[in-house]
Design a protein around this ligand. Structure first.
Ligand SMILES: NC(=O)c1ccc[n+]([C@@H]2O[C@H](COP(=O)([O-])OP(=O)(O)OC[C@H]3O[C@@H](n4cnc5c(N)ncnc54)[C@H](OP(=O)(O)O)[C@@H]3O)[C@@H](O)[C@H]2O)c1
Length: 251
């Protein structure tokens, strides 16, 4: 039976690095790559890399992907939920479309794809990797919806990891800080092409995040907080009142 890796957000950034790292991996017969950017999908596709054009903010998209899996009679060896976006602005300044797209792509599509893939996963070997964010560790004024959506991904992933233990399907939730991808340009609606100041100093390469995610998944880790600065933030968010951390961040 054909064994696939299904990768969302595969047209850019971290997801694209997953594709680069897995394209010659003999564990998968095919990589099914999901995104909206038709050109990037076509450029990446070859005999083993199958492009799936889908807008994950569209509620029917996940049903279409699952229907395709069902009819192809395949096994999902890896589901890597990398698609995601965030808009940096106050909630009051965001349109309902901006808010919906963050919630739909970051949380709803990730959950529905996971749910839809589970019947096609193999006990003892299939894996799920969800890209969350260190933004999910605590509330973030000015990035409130995004941070809350990533808190959801962290909570969902940790609970799912426990649920799937009897099937020995591992769920790895990855929490990076700033990563050098197209994310910041979307987040600032084109105002900044990349991170600046402290965020730039702390930022890491998408290939390193993808590599560490696959390693953590192969070791069966349920949470990967990537980078020393993010580990510190994670520790602080657990033990220091959020009100204090938020005042420091604001300062
Ligand atoms: N970069 C960071 O600083 C950072 C930090 C922590 C966590 N993360 C998380 O890492 C993940 C990957 O982001 P990235 O940094 O690699 O950013 P990116 O380069 O902007 O990539 C985002 C990916 O998500 C896909 N996507 C966005 N909206 C979509 C939609 N409506 N339908 C289908 N696909 C959609 C994009 O594909 P199309 O454009 O082709 O649709 C693209 O492939 C996200 O979940 C993000 O929240 C990023």
């Amino acid at each position: 039976m054909t064994r696939i890796a299904l990768i969302t957000g595969a047209t850019s950034g971290i997801g694209r690095e997953f594709v680069n790292l897995l394209k010659d991996d003999p564990s998968y017969d095919e990589l099914w790559i999901v995104g909206r950017n038709e050109r990037a999908l076509e450029e990446a596709s070859d005999g083993r890399i199958i492009p799936i054009k889908a807008d994950l903010a569209d509620p029917s998209s996940t049903d279409r992907i699952i229907a395709r899996i069902r009819s192809a009679n395949i096994t999902v060896g890896l589901l890597a939920n990398c698609a995601g976006l965030g808009y940096r602005s106050a909630v009051a300044d965001q349109s309902s479309d901006m808010i919906s797209s963050m919630l739909d792509v970051n949380a709803k599509a990730l959950t529905l794809l996971t749910n839809g893939c589970l019947p096609y996963m193999e006990d003892g070997s299939s894996k799920i990797i969800n890209i969350a964010s260190s933004a999910g560790f605590l509330p973030q004024p000015g990035f409130a919806v995004y941070a809350a959506s990533k808190s959801y991904v962290i909570s969902f992933g940790r609970a799912l990891a426990e649920e799937l233990k009897p099937r020995r399907i591992t769920v790895t939730t990855v929490c990076p800080g700033p990563v050098e991808t197209g994310f910041q340009e979307v987040a600032t609606q084109g105002r900044e092409r990349e991170f600046t100041g402290l965020w730039k100093t702390l930022s890491v390469k998408p290939a390193d995040v993808a590599r560490a995610s696959l390693k953590a998944s192969s070791r069966g880790r349920s949470v990967l907080v990537y980078g020393f600065s993010q580990k510190l933030l994670h520790f602080a968010a657990k033990f220091i009142p959020h009100k204090w951390i938020l005042s420091v961040i604001k300062w």
